[in-house]
Design a protein around this ligand. Sequence first.
Ligand SMILES: [Zn+2]
Length: 64
Amino acid sequence: MIELKPCPFCGSRLVSYTHGVTRAPIVYMKCGNPECCAIVSFNNNACHLLPEKAIVMWNRREQS
Ligand SMILES: [Zn+2]
């Protein structure tokens, strides 16, 4: 299992990963910091078939 990097918005490590099906497949990362609560989803069709792709995409960081 690949470790999730901290939230890019607030730096919190309380990041959860959800992969499920409601009305449509959905894959998203949610920040557990109550003052942030960022929710980030990626291409859900592609990530539903290959959930590891969502983790790789979440862990991407632009070099600045
Ligand atoms: Zn956050």
